[in-house]
Design a protein around this ligand. Structure first.
Ligand SMILES: C[S@@+](CC[C@H](N)C(=O)[O-])C[C@H]1O[C@@H](n2cnc3c(N)ncnc32)[C@H](O)[C@@H]1O
Length: 283
């Protein structure tokens, strides 16, 4: 398996990405919840399986977004808490699930003592973190010895077609990311299982594995997908919104063509692919 070279961001690029992520998710919190939370929920059961969730598990949900996974863990009897960088995501989660605890925090500075949790999960946060190695190390710090950790991340865009259709359309028109959108960060680094395994091994975890998951997600029409994608995908949405009207029109036309491959009589059946990397903190 090919191992890609690590893409380290400088500290100023890392801070730029962090600020971009905070502002981007603040701006999109409601539209993300309306469209994308149902897609990311596809990873809930396998994440819970990999951390052996049971009644009484002390669980941390990192990058909790609108908070559904934290709340679902509590429904299943866990003692769960969610953290996210975006204040608007935290506000939304608190409004949606008022009995659950959510806190604003950066993954690199989790507001919990060592060994607080039996399990840590992170659904689709990894590719948003500027320094994934530090992020994973900080998550592991909060785990009890023997505790389990699981991260979901997207498959390659050729198999993960919600992001893939947008990216193909942008590539077809040939626009590059505007300079005020963070550069040099490989969002799909952990779509590579070798990179994912190396990240978890490097954090000193045992029983490390990466599993592949696939599903089909139904969207009624291309307008729903276009609006939903622009309202959920922080980086891709920013690249499109920053183009002039004519270029946005060209991207939309290319998007319609790329999406048409998935059309059925009722709507669009979109292939979804994600991976879950998991491991255990040594006892
Ligand atoms: C794609 S969303 C995933 C949300 C949720 N876990 C889900 O599965 O729908 C990524 C989330 O990561 C959060 N995030 C980005 N950078 C972060 C950081 N450095 N620390 C904590 N959360 C971060 C964003 O605010 C956003 O809510």
């Amino acid at each position: 398996m090919m191992i890609l070279s690590p893409a380290e961001l400088s500290s100023s690029e890392a801070e730029r990405l962090r600020a971009f992520e905070r502002q981007g998710h603040d701006a999109l919190a409601k539209s993300y919840h309306a469209f994308f939370a149902a897609v990311t929920a596809l990873a809930t059961d396998p994440l819970f399986d990999d951390v052996h969730l049971h009644r009484g598990t002390r669980l941390l949900d990192v990058a909790s977004g609108p908070g559904a996974l934290t709340a679902e863990a509590a429904n299943r009897g866990a003692r769960s808490v969610g953290v996210d960088l975006s204040p608007r995501m935290i506000e939304l989660a608190q409004r949606l699930y008022p009995t659950i605890e959510y806190r604003e925090a950066d993954v690199e500075h989790l507001p919990f003592p060592d060994h607080t949790f039996d399990a840590v999960v992170c659904a689709f946060g990894l590719g948003h973190f500027p320094r994934p190695e530090l992020a994973v190390a900080e998550c592991v710090r909060t785990l009890s010895p023997g505790g389990r950790i699981a991260f979901s991340w997207w498959g390659d865009p050729s198999r993960q077609r919600i992001q893939g259709i947008f990216r193909d359309a942008i590539a077809e028109i040939g626009v590059s990311a505007p300079l005020d959108v963070p550069q040099g960060h490989n969002v799909f680094r952990y779509s590579n299982s070798g990179e994912f395994l190396q990240l978890l091994d490097g954090a000193g975890l045992t029983e490390v594995k990466v599993t592949e998951h696939a599903a089909t997600y139904f969207v009624p029409d291309t307008e729903t997908l276009w609006r939903g994608g622009l309202g959920s995908l922080v980086l891709t949405g920013a690249v499109i919104r920053k183009q002039d009207q004519a270029t946005q029109g060209l991207i939309r036309t290319a998007f319609e063509r790329c999406a048409s491959v998935y059309k059925s009589a009722d709507g669009l059946n979109l292939p979804i692919a994600f991976k879950i990397g998991s491991g255990q903190r040594p006892t």
